[in-house]
Design a protein around this ligand. Structure first.
Ligand code: URP
Ligand code: ZN
Ligand code: ZN
Length: 468
């Protein structure tokens, strides 16, 4: 008879072979058996009427990034990882963002300092390349790739981050050599600047006009351009935070042509619309929903669902980018009430990502629970070199588990969330199906609304290459 640390009895377990009502044994932080277990264990958990899924892997999270003069993100690594854990995620991938002129190595060291001893769940960094100097492309990026920083993001817009086409191609070339995966923020910089000026000249300044300054055509054009550059260099890329049918149609076109392009969407594109940015009668409340790309219309939500259902989307991430609403260093920064251009872009969502997709997708029978697991855990782990340690319930994997009550109904409330922001864009959204416990490497860290482990047991994870 074997002795386990923990046995879950009678849970509905989702493995890569499908659903099975059975037992799961944990030993030394790893999943060590799946099947009927009549063995001893220090702890026996009754999981009847509950579902056991691999812990969520959120592959797109912004924490403590410098965001312009006098602006502060609302989360540090401690609050962001607590919030993620409470929402059923066990691994997150935030960004180490290079500032212009900064050494990439120094940037990574800075983010490690911020994260060390502040992690409630496991964490690994993507890089953001904003200054592709010869030193960065020739030495730092290749050395960091070999050290396990195997993915990075580039931007086609934003004053401080934008890369021009020549720079994108150069960066793609390095990614090819180093076998790293490039995430692309696809919105066209010049078109946004042109439209922003036009709107401002017409006196259209409220947060709502943020959406009109970056319509779907701007995203579609940049998506096509990024895909074309990737095709020329012959590398896979990920188009992140896809908001609607225009960009999605480019991705479908590329996939049909055999071009290796992955895609990601996020909760804001299935739950919010451009009308949310109107606030109460076109007032500043709309700033709560300002993110980029912006939420679109109901037709776009429909298109996003089609992509989630038919397999076009590979992953579903939060793009958690939290600012406080009532804060002069947040959404209400100086100038933000005079033009949408100054409203910090981004919304919180690391804690609500999984409940929203479970409720809107699985409970409403739009997607299967197996597809839910693929989008929120297995594929992000495979895409970013964490699999099979993460992303799947299989023998030998880390015992990162989320226990779901599929029948629990409750509304999302800011007062119940753990992030540093002072609002949620999803206030009062009714959810059916909640993650009630989160286990990290065999230890219950969160259960029934409380943190059980108060010290920070999250580890930094060095990654391998993409296996998707
Ligand atoms: O508005 C957003 N999404 N802000 C976060 C930064 C980004 O582009 O992902
Ligand atoms: Zn982005
Ligand atoms: Zn983002």
């Amino acid at each position: 008879m074997q002795k386990f640390d923990t046995i879950f009895k009678n849970g509905e377990i989702i493995t890569e072979n499908g659903k099975e009502k059975t037992d799961l044994g944990i030993l030394n932080g790893k999943i060590s058996a799946i099947g009927i277990l009549n063995d001893e264990a220090s702890v026996i958990e009754d999981a009847s009427n509950l579902i056991i899924l691999p812990g969520g892997v959120d592959a797109h999270v912004h924490i403590d990034q410098p965001s312009g003069p006098d602006v502060e993100m609302a989360d540090n690594f401690q609050t962001a990882t607590m919030s993620a854990a409470a929402g059923g995620s066990t691994t997150i991938l935030p960004f180490a963002m290079q500032e212009k002129g900064q050494s990439l190595r120094k940037c990574v060291e800075d983010y490690h300092k911020k994260a060390t001893n502040n992690l409630y769940i496991d964490t690994s960094f993507h890089l953001i390349i904003s200054d592709p100097s010869p030193q960065v492309l020739g030495q730092e990026l290749p050395a960091l790739a070999r050290d396990g920083y195997t993915s990075f993001k580039v931007f086609m817009t934003y004053d401080d981050l934008v890369l021009n086409d020549a720079e994108l191609l150069e960066v793609f070339e390095v990614a090819k050599k180093e076998k790293t995966l490039v995430m692309v923020h696809a919105e066209g910089y010049d078109a946004i600047r042109y439209l922003t000026k036009k709107l401002e000249d017409e006196g259209k300044l409220a947060p709502y006009y943020h959406g009109l300054s970056r319509p779907q055509i701007v995203e579609r054009e940049a998506t096509h351009r990024a895909i074309s550059h990737a095709e020329i260099v012959d590398i896979p890329i990920v188009i992140v935070h896809v908001s609607g049918n225009e960009a999605l149609s480019q991705i479908k076109w590329a996939k049909n042509k055999g071009i290796k392009v992955f895609s990601e969407t996020c909760p804001q594109y299935i739950c919010l619309t451009e009308d949310d940015m109107k606030g109460l009668n076109m007032d500043f409340e709309g700033a709560k929903y300002v993110c980029s790309p912006p939420p679109r219309d109901l037709e776009s939500q429909k298109a996003i669902w089609e992509g989630l259902i038919d397999g076009t989307f590979d992953i579903f991430s939060s793009d958690h980018c939290p600012f406080k609403f009532k804060d002069k260093k947040g959404k209400d920064r100086p100038g933000a009430r005079t033009s949408f251009k100054w409203v910090p872009n981004g919304i919180p969502g690391v804690e609500t990502r999984l409940p929203i997709l479970f409720s809107e997708g699985v409970s409403k029978k739009r997607i299967t629970i197996e597809r839910f697991v693929e989008l929120t855990s297995t594929n992000p782990a495979k895409m970013y070199g964490l699999y099979p340690q993460k992303g799947s319930i299989k023998v030998g994997a880390d015992a990162d588990l989320t226990i779901w009550d599929p029948n629990k109904i409750a509304k999302i409330k800011q007062s119940n969330l753990h992030h540093g922001s002072d609002y949620t864009p999803y206030e009062n959204l009714e959810i059916k199906g909640w993650p009630i416990e989160t286990w990290l490497r065999g230890i219950k860290i969160f259960g029934n609304g409380e943190f059980i482990i108060k010290e920070n047991m999250g580890k930094y994870i060095s990654r391998g290459f993409s296996s998707l």
